[in-house]
Design a protein around this ligand. Sequence first.
Ligand code: NAP
Ligand code: GLV
Length: 338
Amino acid sequence: MRIAFCCTDTASEPWLLGLRAALPGADLSLWAPGAPPADYAVVWAPPQQFFDEQAQLKAVFNIGAGVDALLKLKLPPQAQIVRLDDAGMSVQMAEYVCHAVIRHFREFDAYEADTGQGKWSFRKPRARGDFPVGIMGLGVLGTRVARSLAQFEFAVNGWSRSPKVLGDWVTERSAPCPPPALRAPPLPTQNALPPSHLEGVKCFSGADGFKDFLAASRVLVCLLPLTPDTRDIMNRDSLSRLQAGGYVINVARGAHLVEDDLLTLLDSGHLAGATLDVFRTEPLPVGHPFWTHPKITVTPHTSARTLRSESIAQIAGKIAALQRGEPVAGVVEPSRGY
Ligand code: NAP
Ligand code: GLV
């Protein structure tokens, strides 16, 4: 079995060492033009030339969750595309989003400004029920984030393409917070619950459910894949539908957000702020208004990083499974874009 490794902006040597240790029988090498044909590929942002030359690939393993950049290329039609399926990302994403929501809800920026001036002052506690959080995308990452926020007793709304089967209280809920007996169960370590079982989350789906989802939410978290259907989804119209004083957290892709529309709604006061991890142009260009906007927190596409050893273990396990003729999780459907 031959495996080609072709990952730009990635230190290749530790990956090659790790993959060789995990798949001792494999002939694994760093791809260069003219390399011999491989059975499998491990890639991140490869050039089109890679696929033009490697037309016989059986499967292509992307060392990230999002495959939007990969799907812009012409891949061999028979090759399965396999995305990272959590591999340590969901807990990072849950940390990041919970941090951003709690920092906003508890007004920690304002406290920091006060204490920075030596001021010992209290702010009136805000009602958790006034900060329902809406999560766009209830996949591997969105599901984990939803469960984590529900643990903090935020009212959580979720929106996905296909309907989810709901926990009991969800359909009957009228109060913004779940009753204690029905709060989310302890976090599973490995997505133990199927994604169709989302206790503690009020689920909406499809175009029909989108406006109701937005109207029910004050904090909006984007965890959608970037597809033709989701590009520019956070725009003046959709963001205006959030409850007044809305807050935007974009941890998916920069092209989900129409940047000028966000600025307009921050300036009008309809939105209270935003935490942005991803941008239409990365790195965020020098002089971009987001860098210095007082209501925007910027991080450099770091909310959920690819963890090398977890990813190597997952990819090696899947290559071994495919070699045995077994199906694997995380296979992308190119026609739907994720
Ligand atoms: P996933 O498992 O594929 O889940 C995608 C979710 O989005 C699913 O719930 C899907 O609905 C929903 N969805 C897709 N198209 C939709 C549409 N048109 N309308 C409504 N819902 C739609 O993806 P994931 O692993 O959670 O990752 C999500 C994205 O996060 C990735 O694609 C990537 O862009 C981004 N990401 C960012 C970072 C970072 O560091 N900033 C790190 C990792 C990933 P169904 O459930 O009905 O299929
Ligand atoms: C990072 O953005 C990823 O898609 O894994």
